[in-house]
Every structure is written in C-alpha cells, then in structure tokens.
Design a protein around this ligand. Structure first.
Ligand SMILES: Cc1cc2nc3c(=O)[nH]c(=O)nc-3n(C[C@H](O)[C@H](O)[C@H](O)COP(=O)(O)OP(=O)(O)OC[C@H]3O[C@@H](n4cnc5c(N)ncnc54)[C@H](O)[C@@H]3O)c2cc1C
Ligand code: SF4
Length: 452
C-alpha cells in the first residue's frame, strides 16, 4: 500500500543557530526508516512523468521501488546507469524545478522527495560498498575532457562506461569544478565530491590536475601529438563579474567567485590558511545578487562571524533565482533580504576601505525578455546601507578558453570537428543547444557523450 501522506518526510538538519557558526553539512540525510517511508509515497506511475524532468533521465520509479524492497545497492545501480554523480545530484540538483516538479504526488500535496532518496541511496552505497566497479572493455578511442566540473565529470563517466579511454584535464589542483571551488562544505562536503571522482577513476578515467589547457598544452597539440580523437570543453561559467559602479575597487569588495574560492577551495575559514579573507567578525556584509551563488556567499559570511549579512537584490522575493530550499535555509540562519534594492555606488573611508553602499529602491514593472517583471528605479529613493564588505554575485559568465579561439582560428582542421562544449558561448559555431535546466552542463555533457 502506498503511503498517502501529503507531506514529504522532513530532512533532518542542524539547528539554524548552531549551523550558522560551523561549516559542517546542514542537511543530515534520511535515516533508513525515513527513506522507506518516503519511498512508499511513490505510486510507480506507468508513464513516469518525473523521469522527463530529470536532465539525465534517471529511472526514478525503478530506483525508488528498489528502496521499498530494501535493495539499496540495486537502487544505486539503477541511478548509476545514467548518472555519474548521484551523491552530488542528490544534494545540489534543483529537483523542485526538475523531476519533483513533474511528480504526480505534487498535484495534491508535496511531490515525492526524489532528491532526498537519491542522496540516501548514494550515501548508503558510499558507506557500504567497497568493491570497484568492473572496468568496461576498451573500444580503442581516446577522448580529452577539459574541466572537471559537473559537465566534464558527467561526460567523462558516460564515455568511460562506453569503453573510451578518457583523460580529464583540470586547471586547478583539485578536481570537481564548482563542486569544490564554489559550493560550500556545508552544502556539499568535499569528501563526497572526492568519492565521486574516485568512482570515475575506478572506471578508468584519468584525471590530470594543474593542467591549464591553452597554456600548457593546446587543443591542437592534444589532438595531433597526444592522440586524442575528440575533445569536450567543460570549462564552466566561472568568470568573476562586477556591476561597473563607482567604488568597486575599494578594499573589502570581492567577486563571489573569489570570495567562495578562497573559502571553499583554499579553506580560508581555517586558521593558518595561505589565502585568507578580511576578518568578518562583527562586520556588516552586503551580497549583491539573488542566485545560489549569492546565498552561498551570504551563508559563508555569516559563518565567518559577520554580525549582519544582507542579500541586496533588485527584484522581489518571488523572483529570487536561487533554489527555494537555499533561500529558506539562508533566512533561518539570519540572512536579511533587502529585495527591491539596487546598488548604485560603494563608498569608502579615508583608508580606502568600504564604509557603506548607496542603493536605490525598485518597483516591478511589466515582464521583460526573461519573463520576469522588470525592476524600475523609484525616483528619489537613494539611501546608504552601512557595510564593511561587499560581495558581487550578480552573474557568472562563461569562461571562454582562449586557446580554443586560437586553436580554432589557427587550426588547419575546420573548427575542431570533434569538439563539443558544455557552454554554448565557448565555441559558437559548434555549440550544443542550450538547456532550460539550471544543472544544464550535465545534460549538455550527456548530449555530447551520446554523439560518440
Ligand atoms: C557557488 C555556486 C553555487 C551553485 N549552486 C548550484 C546548485 O545548488 N544547484 C545547481 O543546479 N547549480 C548550482 N550552481 C551552478 C552550477 O554549479 C553550474 O551550472 C555548473 O557547475 C557548471 O558546471 P561546469 O562543469 O560547466 O563548470 P565548472 O563547475 O565551473 O567547472 C569548470 C572547470 O573547468 C576548469 N577549467 C577552466 N578552464 C580550463 C582550462 N583552460 N584548462 C583546464 N581546466 C579548465 C575550471 O578550473 C573548472 O574546474 C552553482 C554555481 C556556483 C558558482
Ligand atoms: S511521478 Fe512521482 S509518484 Fe509517479 S513514479 Fe515518479 S516519483 Fe513516483
């Protein structure tokens, strides 16, 4: 008999006033009992609408059925058929706009907690299964993957499962892309990312870190001298962006990218880190933007002891692009939302440090090209917000590989015919169609790897 409860089993979590002072994982994961209870809410629908909402088409009802049978490893194997990163996706995928948004149980009540169940299964596997997966038979073809973020790792995993000899080249000293440099430990522990990378290595994927493609080796050289027959570019969307308003050169202004990289990748929150950030104990911090990156930056600032942390966003609460769960967690942790506010200037003291930020109030007009209501400045609404630190988190544009352009223009080949990218802007002439999914890179990677 299915469990007809209208509500999902709640995710056990650290108390807000405890967790906003530490970097340990916020969500603690379902117990076996909770997972069984939640799995029993699935109706195992014949036409499984939830699968159509998943960018990598995980066979959702099948894996949930295995949970109800207490065959947790079987459930893991079902997920792993189409997803190379189950423990990561179970934690940070925006299920509420993907699989769960299509779940039949969501019509009357809350959808099945698909993401929470995926996480339970992946964590069970990581805790209980030691054997390495069988290596697929080699097919004799070599592929290079540039970048080890979710898109690069997904592409590498899919190709390795088909027998390709895959090498991932990563510019940083650690593999994982945004999973290690951007998303904080309290949302995605780095040991989990490492486990997923190790799982890919066990499938035969080679990972070369500290390899900036385009500086150390060009794409042409990868193909002509190192024998790679195809290259997938998953170089990400990690370029820092500023608003180009006065005062952005003051001390205490960071891009969210730099702020989070210092904290997550370089562990600035630990004593003795080589790449510290300014002391935030008792300070006032403004984070400009309303996406997941902004929420992560704000919650990190709070954990570093900031007294007041503001999200300054030019639209309203309903328009915040961040995951709903992240917004709720941020609010619970004491982050103050100053929505319908837009910064126009950052002001400094005589020593060149940030002292305040001038903002204007906004109101929402008609929807713009993005479908969201356009923010319009309220005349005469200028006011100062006293702050010591400003973190700019408005957009992160794609990181275009310089060597790609060079290689493409200097190449005797017609624009690297076997090259695929995760970021449409990287090589416009060979771009894959953009996906509507926020976890788009993984689905782009999936599309690229299916054109093998
Ligand atoms: C802080 C933050 C939080 C986020 N939270 C979420 C979330 O909760 N849910 C969600 O769905 N999405 C989230 N996103 C968005 C999501 O992470 C991105 O869509 C996704 O990471 C992009 O994956 P990617 O593999 O294309 O790029 P990345 O993860 O950025 O990886 C690209 C990798 O390529 C490497 N690289 C770049 N150039 C070179 C080169 N020349 N040679 C070798 N390597 C190179 C980079 O060092 C990097 O490691 C978040 C993003 C950020 C920044
Ligand atoms: S739509 Fe919901 S109830 Fe139906 S199979 Fe998918 S998860 Fe189960």
């Amino acid at each position: 008999m299915p469990n007809m409860s209208l509500k999902k089993n709640e995710m056990p979590s650290q108390e807000p006033n405890v967790r906003n002072k530490n970097f340990l994982e916020v969500a603690l994961g379902y117990t076996e009992e909770q997972a069984l209870d939640e799995a029993a809410r699935c109706l195992n629908c014949k036409n499984h609408p939830c699968v159509s909402g998943c960018p990598v088409q995980v066979k959702i009802p099948e894996f949930i059925k295995k949970i109800t049978e207490k065959d947790y490893e079987g459930a893991y194997q079902v997920i792993h058929e189409t997803s190379s990163l189950p423990a990561v996706c179970g934690r940070v995928c925006p299920q509420e706009t993907q699989c769960e948004s299509k779940c039949i149980r969501g019509i009357k009540g809350e959808p099945v907690g698909i993401g929470r169940l995926e996480r339970f299964v992946a964590d069970w596997h990581n805790a209980n299964v030691q054997e390495a997966p069988a290596k697929p038979a080699p097919n004799g073809h070599k592929v290079a993957v540039i970048g080890s973020g979710p898109s690069g790792l997904t592409c590498a995993g899919d190709l390795a499962k088909k027998g390709y000899d895959v090498t991932v080249f990563e510019a940083l000293h650690l593999a994982g892309g945004v999973l290690v440099y951007g998303i904080p430990e309290f949302r995605l522990p780095k040991a989990i990312v490492q486990k997923e990378v190790d799982g890919l290595k066990a499938l035969g994927v080679k990972v070369e870190t500290n390899m900036v493609i385009g500086r150390i080796v060009s794409i042409d050289e990868l193909m002509s001298e190192y024998g790679f027959e195809a290259v997938f570019i998953g170089s990400g969307a990690g370029l820092p962006m500023f608003m180009h308003i006065p005062g952005e050169n003051l001390c205490g202004v960071y891009s969210a990218n730099e702020f989070l990289t210092r904290i997550n990748l370089m562990k600035a929150y630990k004593d003795g880190s080589d790449t510290p950030i300014m002391p935030l104990q008792g300070k006032k911090v403004a984070v400009v933007g309303g996406g997941n990156v902004a929420m992560d930056a704000a919650r990190c600032a709070k954990r570093l002891g900031a007294e007041n942390v503001y999200i300054v966003y030019r639209r309203g609460m309903a328009e915040l692009p961040a995951r709903k769960e992240e917004v709720e967690h941020a609010e619970e942790e004491g982050i103050v939302f100053k929505t319908l506010n837009n910064p126009v200037k950052i002001n400094g003291d005589e020593k060149g440090y940030v002292s305040s930020m001038t903002c204007v109030e906004m109101e929402l007009g008609e929807p713009d090209a993005s479908g969201r209501r356009r923010p319009i400045e309220k005349v005469g609404s200028e006011h100062d917000l006293p702050v010591d630190c400003v973190i700019m988190s408005s957009r992160t544009p794609p990181l275009v590989l310089r060597s790609t352009a060079r290689a493409a223009s200097s190449s005797t080949r017609p624009v690297l015919p076997l090259t695929r990218t995760s970021t449409p802007a990287a090589t416009p002439s060979r771009a894959l169609p953009p996906s509507s999914s926020p976890w788009a890179p993984a689905s782009s990677a999936r599309r690229a790897s299916t054109r093998h």
